[in-house]
Design a protein around this ligand. Sequence first.
Ligand SMILES: [Zn+2]
Length: 275
Amino acid sequence: MFEPLHTGADPDVGEHRHMIVARSRVIVRAHGDAASRSLYRDEAAELLGRTPGDLLLGRLGDVHYWASHLDVDLDPELPDDHVLSDLRSLHGRLSDDEWNIAGRATQLLDWQRDHRFCGRCGSRTEPASSMRAMQCPQCGLTSFPRLSPAVIVLIEREDDGRCLLGRNGLWDIPMYSTLAGFVEPGETLEDTVHREVFEEVGVRVKEIRYFGSQPWPFPNSLMLGFVATYDSGEIHVDGEEVIDAQWFAPDELPMTPPTMSIAGQLIADWLGRVG
Ligand SMILES: [Zn+2]
């Protein structure tokens, strides 16, 4: 299990791996088409032209993981067998552990880059010593890594065994998925489920059950999955975020997301229960 750390690793002792991030993508070592891995220290040093390891991510077993930015305006020229890939296309090519670590790397480096100056007084910030945070030495403002919690919910009917899936207006493929939306300040997660479902498809739900969660680093969401039971109302889509929504029986499902996403897992779980 990965243990997040922000201090306490000696780069000269033990085994170290490096996530090099350039243009919001990650440079990995590719083995053929299928498998990839993070970079060893000498590979990372050669690529960066300097000592790698700007930001300690944590430890997986005995291996420490670090993240560094490669500052380039264009795609960098890479040695053989190195590829620059976005996180989505690395899924299934990196091990699940390393894919998660790559997501931490992009999010934490972006956050650090975006918090170099204090948002309150404008002074230059410094990494805090005792926790993962950027701190202002002038006014003391502390900025923690940014996370945006969002709920994602599968709505099922008790009467006829169908579930409600919606099609997002931004998708260029005819895919239907569970409904999702960001949590507003002051809301409980259940409040968000009720509000988002009503806003997007106009129905009321009840019996909201927690399903599970998934870090979703596109760019910094935490998806909190729920199953809810339909209560009342007719489908009426908002026409912006959701352009169509329908009740689907298990044997007439449209194209749905893959199970790498919690949306796909919610649908697979529902199929397992009703199908
Ligand atoms: Zn300040």
